[in-house]
Ligand binder design. Structure first.
Ligand SMILES: Nc1ncnc2c1ncn2[C@@H]1O[C@H](COP(=O)(O)OP(=O)(O)OP(=O)(O)O)[C@@H](O)[C@H]1O
Ligand SMILES: [Mg+2]
Length: 447
C-alpha cells in the first residue's frame, strides 16, 4: 500500500542550515511512486535562497513557485536535486549495515534521512524542521578503522562498536566503491576512496595519477593524493563542495574556491551540487541514451552565461580525455555542477571519478554518446560533435593536440606522481596512442 512520507529539506546558506521546504514522497515499499515539493515562504523571502535544483525546482521566478506544490519535471518520480542528496550504492550499504537490514530493503525516505548532514552539496533532509544537524566525518588518522569497517561491510560481516564511526563517515556518500569523508589536521575535508576487496588493480594509484594528469592537461581537478595506511593504499580527493571564508566576506572567485582553507576565523561553507543526471532531467535507467552533446546543451540552458564558453570547452576536453584513457564509467552521475556564490549561477564542477579501464578491445565505447558515430571512443567521432560545444575545427583540434601532448607522456607522469611500476603496467591497456583512436586525416588537422 502506498504511504506518504513528509520530510523537511534544508539548505546550507552562508554558515548554517535553514529550512527550505517540505518534500512529500509517496512510497510503495521500497519504490518511490511520486514526489511533491513546496518551498517555504520564509525561505523564498531570503535574499540568498538557492534552488534545490534548476530543472524542477528553479526559483528564478519566486512569485511563480510561492504556495505551489511542485512536481518533478519530465514525469520523474524523484526530484533530481533530492536524488543527488541521497546516498548511492555504497552509502546504502553503510546504512543497511547500521540498521542491520538486508540489501535494498529500506525505503527511499529511510536512506534519505539516514545519510546525515555531511552529504554532497548543500542540502540536508530531516524528519522535521526541528531535527538537529547530524554531522559525521572522521579524522584522517582514523583511516585504518574506516578501512577495516569498509571491508567488513563489503564482506557482509557485522560492525563492532569500535568501528561504528563508518556509519557517520560513509553513510552519505554516492558512487559504488567503498569510501568515507575524513578531515585532515588543518580541518580540510577529503573524500577517501578505498580499494574494493574484489578489485585486482591498484585503483587508488591509477585513479589518482589519471586525475593528476587531467590537471596537467589544463582541466579543473581537485587536489588528489594517495596515502598508505598499513599495507593498503587510499586515494584522497579534496571535497570541492566545501570552502572556507570569513563571515560576511565574499567567496573567492573561480577555481580559488576549491583551494581555501580553515583557520584565521574562516567558517566552513558549502557549495550546492547537482549531477548531470539532474540537469538532463533523466531517469537513471535511461541515462545510456544521453550524450556529451546533451550535456553541452544543458550547460547552455542552466549554467551562468559567464561560464558557458569555458565549461563547454572543458567538457569537450573531458570527453577527449576519457577517450584517451578508456574511461567508460563516464555516466551522468560522474559529471557534476556547483552553485557558484560569486557568479550566483551554476557551473561545471571540478573533475572526479575518472577511472581508466584496461582492456584488449580495439573498438571501445564511452558511456555517453560522443558524436555522430554514437558512443564510439574515437577522436574522429569527437570531432563530429565540435559545434555542439561551440568550437571551431581549429579550436577542437587544439584541445585534442594539447591533451595528447600530455597523455603521450603518461608513464613519466605516473612515475612523477609516485605510481608504482605495477600500477603503470596495470593501466597500460587503458591508455591509448593517438594512432589507435584517430584517422590520419584527423591527425593532419592537429597543430
Ligand atoms: N572531490 C569531491 N568532492 C565532493 N563530492 C565528490 C567528490 N568526488 C566525488 N564526489 C561525489 O561523490 C560521489 C561518489 O564519488 P565517485 O563518483 O568518485 O565514487 P565511485 O564509487 O567511484 O562512483 P561510481 O559508482 O560512479 O564508480 C560522486 O558521484 C559525487 O557526487
Ligand atoms: Mg562515481
Amino acid at each position: 500500500m502506498a504511504k506518504q512520507n513528509k520530510l523537511a529539506v534544508f539548505t546550507h546558506l552562508e554558515e548554517e542550515f535553514v529550512p527550505a521546504g517540505l518534500l512529500i514522497l509517496t512510497e510503495e515499499n521500497t519504490t518511490v511512486i511520486a514526489s511533491e515539493f513546496a518551498y517555504g515562504l520564509k525561505y523564498l523571502a531570503r535574499h540568498n535562497a538557492i534552488e534545490i535544483d534548476p530543472v524542477s525546482l528553479s526559483i528564478a521566478d519566486k512569485a511563480a513557485v510561492r504556495k505551489r506544490r511542485i512536481l518533478p519535471a519530465a514525469d520523474l518520480k524523484m526530484f533530481g536535486g533530492i536524488r543527488d542528496a541521497a546516498p548511492d550504492a555504497w552509502g546504502r550499504c553503510v546504512i543497511e549495515a547500521k540498521l542491520n537490514a538486508k540489501a535494498n530493503v529500506l525505503s527511499e525516505s529511510t536512506y534519505l534521512l539516514e545519510a546525515g548532514s555531511n552529504r554532497v552539496g548543500a542540502l540536508d533532509v530531516r524528519l522535521d524542521i526541528n531535527a538537529p544537524t547530524q554531522d559525521g566525518h572522521q579524522s584522517v588518522t582514523d583511516l585504518h578503522y574506516l578501512l577495516d569497517a569498509a571491508e567488513r561491510i563489503e564482506e557482509g560481516r557485522p560492525i563492532p562498536a569500535n568501528l561504528e564511526m563508518i556509519f557517520q563517515a560513509g553513510a552519505s556518500l554516492g558512487g559504488a566503491r567503498p569510501k568515507a569523508t575524513v578531515r585532515d589536521e588543518h580541518g580540510v575535508l577529503w573524500l577517501a576512496k578505498f580499494k574494493s576487496i574484489n578489485e585486482r588493480l591498484n585503483i587508488p594509484h591509477i585513479e589518482a595519477a589519471t586525475l593528476q594528469l587531467a590537471a596537467e592537461c589544463g582541466m579543473t581537478v581537485p587536489e588528489v593524493k594517495v596515502t598508505q595506511v598499513g599495507d593498503r593504499d587510499v586515494m584522497l580527493i579534496r571535497r570541492f563542495d566545501r570552502y572556507w571564508a570569513k563571515a560576511g566576506e565574499a567567496a573567492p572567485k573561480g577555481d580559488a574556491l576549491y583551494r581555501t582553507t580553515p583557520g584565521d576565523g574562516r567558517i566552513e561553507k558549502r557549495l550546492h551540487f547537482v549531477s548531470a543526471l539532474t540537469l538532463l532531467a533523466c531517469d537513471e535507467m535511461r541515462s545510456r541514451e544521453k550524450s556529451y552533446s546533451d550535456l553541452a546543451q544543458a550547460i547552455r540552458k542552466y549554467c551562468d552565461h559567464a561560464v558557458i564558453r569555458d565549461n563547454n570547452r572543458e567538457l569537450f576536453a573531458r570527453m577527449v580525455y576519457n577517450i584517451f584513457v578508456s574511461n567508460d564509467d563516464d555516466h551522468p552521475r560522474n559529471h557534476g555542477f556547483l552553485w557558484d556564490p560569486v557568479i550566483k549561477g551554476w557551473r561545471l564542477s571540478p573533475l572526479y571519478d575518472v577511472m581508466p579501464r584496461p582492456t584488449v578491445a580495439t573498438e571501445r565505447y564511452l558511456f555517453l554518446g560522443v558524436g555522430q558515430a554514437g558512443r564510439l571512443a574515437t577522436l574522429d567521432n569527437a570531432m563530429t560533435a565540435k559545434e555542439m560545444f561551440n568550437l571551431s575545427e581549429r579550436e577542437a583540434a587544439a584541445i585534442i593536440a594539447h591533451v595528447w601532448e600530455k597523455v603521450r607522456e603518461w608513464k613519466s607522469y605516473f612515475e612523477k606522481f609516485g605510481a608504482s611500476a605495477q600500477s603503470i603496467d596495470q593501466a597500460a591497456n587503458a591508455y591509448r596512442h593517438i594512432d589507435q583512436i584517430s584517422t590520419p586525416k584527423l591527425r593532419t588537422l592537429l597543430p
